[in-house]
Design a protein around this ligand. Sequence first.
Ligand SMILES: Nc1ncnc2c1ncn2[C@@H]1O[C@H](COP(=O)(O)OP(=O)(O)O)[C@@H](O)[C@H]1O
Ligand SMILES: [Mg+2]
Length: 262
Amino acid sequence: MPEPITAPAIELDGVSKAFGANKVLDDVSLTVRHGSIMVMLGPSGTGKSVLLRCLVGLLRPDAGRVLVYGEDVAALDESRPRDRARLFALRRRFGMLFQDGALFDDMDVGDNVAFPMRMHTDLSEAQIRAKVADKLRRVGLSGVERKAPSELSGGMRKRVAFARAIALEPDIVLCDEPSSGLDPVMSATLDELILELHRTLGMTFIVISHDTAEAKKIADTIGLLASGKLVTYGPAADVFAEGQPALRQFFERSTEGPIRVL
Ligand SMILES: Nc1ncnc2c1ncn2[C@@H]1O[C@H](COP(=O)(O)OP(=O)(O)O)[C@@H](O)[C@H]1O
Ligand SMILES: [Mg+2]
């Protein structure tokens, strides 16, 4: 039996990141429990995607530690060969559904989902085919392997992107605004898919969103980023009960409140 994982999936400790004079993340600290669903809310341009890129070492913070199962990603420098191998090993623990998570249009659905397995594993073609079928089944799209992405609806393409994100059976799935560009019904089915994958596969989910309904539905932990600061963070029930002014403003879609609209 593998040992149960008790370390937190993610720990941020004093993470700051600026681009020139633009201070995007200002001393952010938080812990994401293994096996939880954390939803990070925040207005556009507030550093949510930057935060995700720091988690996988695509961006290095100016200060602070970014621990992934106890190992500091922020201390690894991709240009150093020794660090590079560690960084790539850590990245393998993540599945990523990027905001602009486009599929490769010149590949069929099956090859899209198989892509990470071909890149990162020595699995045989037969094993890959079986795993592709399994991942597509899990996202409710059995049998579409030979279709071109252009033949699918927007919601189906998102599901294929999900199948690709979980192709390597990651510990942590990062979803950057998974429902952006989808209508409310498609968004709701995508939320259900996240809950279903969480229930059946037990992965940790970190979901970036500006949709409070989505947060209410799926989160067990909620954060709110505004002007580079983590203004609230904790168990979903506590965060909602606390009625933090910035969160309330977010829920009420109000222009009045601590979140400044430029
Ligand atoms: N590579 C980069 N270089 C310079 N500025 C960046 C870079 N990436 C993001 N930014 C800036 O950081 C801020 C936060 O961006 P982002 O994290 O994408 O916001 P969001 O919360 O909408 O995901 C924005 O002002 C953006 O212009
Ligand atoms: Mg973003």
